[in-house]
Design a binder for this molecule. Structure first.
Ligand SMILES: [Zn+2]
Length: 64
């Protein structure tokens, strides 16, 4: 466990897993948090991409 000082409100955060500040709710902007953040939106982007791809192919089918 390492103390981390929030860049926004300067409060110490002791939770290594926390991506957001417990006091002000802002991103802690630390490398671990950044990687953790990247891990989660990726499947969401893939899902949106698949939905858009399906909609485009469906539209092409209707137009033809
Ligand atoms: Zn804060």
């Amino acid at each position: 466990m390492a103390e981390y000082i929030c860049p926004h409100c300067k409060q110490p955060i002791y939770d290594d897993e926390a991506l957001l500040c417990l006091y002000c709710g802002q991103s802690l902007m630390r490398p671990v948090g950044f990687m953790g953040k990247l891990k989660y939106p990726a499947p969401k982007i893939i899902m949106i991409f698949i939905v858009v791809l399906l909609l485009v192919s469906f539209t092409i089918l209707i137009i033809r």
